[in-house]
Design a protein around this ligand. Structure first.
Ligand SMILES: *Cc1c(COP(=O)(O)O)cnc(C)c1O
Length: 475
């Protein structure tokens, strides 16, 4: 080898990830039509925007119920003693919670606000699973009085609960949250007590020894968007082991195992390649993994099984309709040198940020928190017989980071065209942020196909109502 050897240069020649990079090289490989979404539950999206305004969150009651029934069937057919709690933080719109409650779901809450919201919706304390790393004393007092199932997160919380239950007449059912290694990285060690170090066993011993407490549940929530069904089998096996240890050492059989949430929805993370149908295991595979472990136990030793599924149940039932408000960017590259080849032009057109055509839409990142992790699909409302090209979608906020999609293949669009962003039903409404503008209306299409308002668009008073102006600033 000569001294002049230069190693091959690793450039970003291929642009983005493999398959789309190939399409970047060849406009015609993109096909000529994009997937469109004309309507939701039979109602044209254009009609919804006309009636309720834009942007607009849309939920399908039919799709929520279908998903709930599918999940319930997958588990109950394999393990009848399964129950479900709706993870409020995933979406706590009253109408959404009520659909789950009507389907038999109890409430799973993680804060004082969520606890109070569940009570306001008529959920009895005994039908509330109370999670979260910080439960303020005032709400713990209420939850204990109302006999909610508190799933204890840490020693300080246990000490406080011990103090608060001293004088209660009947022992209180409690759970403990446990963290463990189910093969998923990162391990969520922020929450609960460590199983592997023996800490969870020590907490259990202390609870079992307290005549005012009954250890009702061993709980774990190993993460979210878990693509590996076997991880749930491992988690179940580890909790069964802890339960057995508690039975043998302290003669207490814990009645319930709660495996939390974490089942994926049909979305794909940034950087993942392939369609969700290929990447996301069916819910039945998760049910197999968990119930196989429990069904090995002798009948009389089988625990009640509980889940607190969020994302999987609601993500696809939620849509965000948004309108194109401006067409921006140059469709032709700015050429500076005279020596550009045709290929250079094309390269610039496809990959160059400045050269990329872009659209400004009326929904931004303040409504699409999950867009930071997931590739949210964008569907025009009608087919255009024109080649697709990679474009950028900007939100309406006066902030450079307000980009809904950095690169997405779309046909040419005009101002006024309606786009549907999907799936967005999980977390986006609850995490949406009020910043410089009003949060949009939310509708639910009922099972008769009638769209109903479930949260009106905000007005000024919703935003500045809590403000107070000191007297000397009033003039
Ligand atoms: C957020 C959360 C859930 C729901 O998680 P998903 O991944 O949306 O299913 C369940 N349990 C606990 C304790 C949570 O914090």
């Amino acid at each position: 080898m000569s001294d002049n050897y230069l190693p091959p240069e690793i450039s970003n020649e291929l642009g983005r990830i493999g398959p789309s990079a190939a399409a970047d090289r060849n406009f015609y490989a993109r096909g000529v039509t994009s997937k469109t979404l004309f309507g939701i539950d039979g109602i044209p999206v254009a009609e919804l925007v006309e009636k309720f305004g834009s942007p607009l969150f849309v939920f399908s009651e039919h799709q929520i119920r279908e998903k709930a029934r599918h999940l319930r069937e997958a588990f109950k057919s394999r393990y009848p003693n399964t129950s479900f709690a709706w993870s409020y933080k995933t979406n706590y719109l009253a109408a959404v919670c009520q659909v789950f409650h009507q389907e038999g779901w109890i409430a799973e809450v993680v804060s004082d606000f969520e606890y109070e919201k569940a009570r306001k919706l008529g959920i009895a304390g005994k039908d509330i699973v109370f999670n979260g790393p910080y439960k303020p004393r005032a709400i713990l007092e209420v939850a204990i009085r109302e006999r909610a199932l508190i799933q204890i997160d840490n020693w300080d919380e246990l000490c406080l609960i011990e103090e608060l239950v001293k004088d209660i007449p009947q022992p209180l059912n409690v759970g403990i949250r446990v963290w463990l290694d189910a093969g998923i990285r990162p391990i969520w060690s922020k929450f609960g007590f460590s199983l592997e170090s023996g800490e969870a066993g020590r907490v259990a011993a202390r609870i079992v020894a307290n005549p005012k407490l009954q250890l009702h549940t061993l709980h774990t929530h190993i993460g979210t968007y878990i693509l590996e069904p076997a991880a749930y089998g491992i988690a179940a096996r580890k909790l069964v082991g802890l339960r057995e240890q508690i039975r043998v050492e302290y003669q207490h059989l814990v009645p319930c195992l709660n495996l939390g949430g974490g089942f994926p929805s049909q979305s794909v993370l940034h950087g993942m390649v392939g369609s969700p149908e290929l990447l996301i295991p069916a819910i039945e595979r998760y049910a197999d993994a968990v119930t196989a472990v429990l069904n090995e136990l002798p009948h009389k030793l089988r625990p009640a099984l509980r889940f607190e599924t969020g994302r999987h149940l609601i993500d696809e039932a939620g849509y965000l309709l948004s309108s194109v408000v401006a067409v921006k960017g140059v469709r032709h590259p700015v050429v500076t040198g005279a020596d550009w080849s045709l290929r250079d032009y094309k390269e610039q057109l496809i990959l160059g940020d400045d050269a990329k055509a872009s659209y400004l839409i009326d929904a931004g990142v303040t409504l699409l928190y999950t867009g930071a992790w997931y590739q949210i699909n964008v569907y025009p409302a009608e087919a255009r017989n024109a080649p697709l090209s990679p474009v950028r979608l900007y939100g309406p906020l006066c902030m450079a980071i307000d980009v809904v999609r950095y690169s997405v293949d779309l046909p040419p669009l005009n101002v006024g065209d309606v786009l549907t962003l999907h799936p967005v039903g999980a977390y986006n409404v609850t995490q949406s942020m009020q910043f410089i503008t009003y949060r949009p209306a939310v509708i639910m299409i009922n099972q008769q196909g009638v769209p109903e308002l479930i949260r009106r668009r905000e007005v000024l008073n919703d935003v500045d109502g809590p403000e107070r102006l000191p007297a000397h600033l009033k003039t």
